[in-house]
Design a protein around this ligand. Structure first.
Ligand code: ATP
Length: 133
């Protein structure tokens, strides 16, 4: 069977470039999985987790503001932000979560509620992904 290449790239850095056996991600239209020889696909990704299987091991990454393109046994994820589970700063995510919760619980006139909700979603997803390491 052909191999699958997974590249996760943000404006700042290459987060991952690896040969993998499987990729699972949350598209805006639903969860999808990619095995070698998958048909071409382009999907916006939900804020959250992506996982991949590599030699029997399952590994996780956080992705926000991302798109995935599947073509010719390559999965390319372009995202505004992404981190491998091991690189997530848990204290920072806890602090971001607390900040967002505080803003949502006691909004000030200039509070951007939608922005706080997105920050909360990112923080919760980072904590969920960080738990997989
Ligand atoms: P914060 O309020 O802590 O900045 P955020 O959700 O607003 O969180 P993002 O805008 O998603 O942060 O990301 C900005 C940059 O900081 C990205 O490069 C991202 O990878 C990095 N980053 C954010 N939070 C974390 C974290 N908890 N651990 C590691 N890197 C992080």
């Amino acid at each position: 069977m052909a191999t699958l290449r997974l590249d996760i790239v943000t404006p700042d850095r290459v987060v991952l470039g690896a040969d993998v056996d499987y990729v699972g991600a949350a598209g805006v239209d639903g969860q999808f999985g990619v095995l070698p020889d998958h048909s071409p696909l382009l999907s916006a990704l939900k804020i959250g987790d992506l996982y991949y299987r590599q030699g029997g091991e399952v590994k996780w990454a956080f992705v926000s503001g991302g798109f995935a393109e599947v073509s010719e046994n390559k999965v390319t994820v372009l995202a505004e932000a992404a981190e491998l589970a091991a690189d997530i700063d848990v204290d920072r995510a806890e602090q971001a979560k607390a900040r967002a919760e505080k803003r949502l619980k006691a909004p000030e006139p200039d509070t951007d509620t939608a922005r706080a909700e997105l920050a909360l979603t990112r923080a919760i997803a980072r904590l969920r992904v960080a738990a997989h390491r």
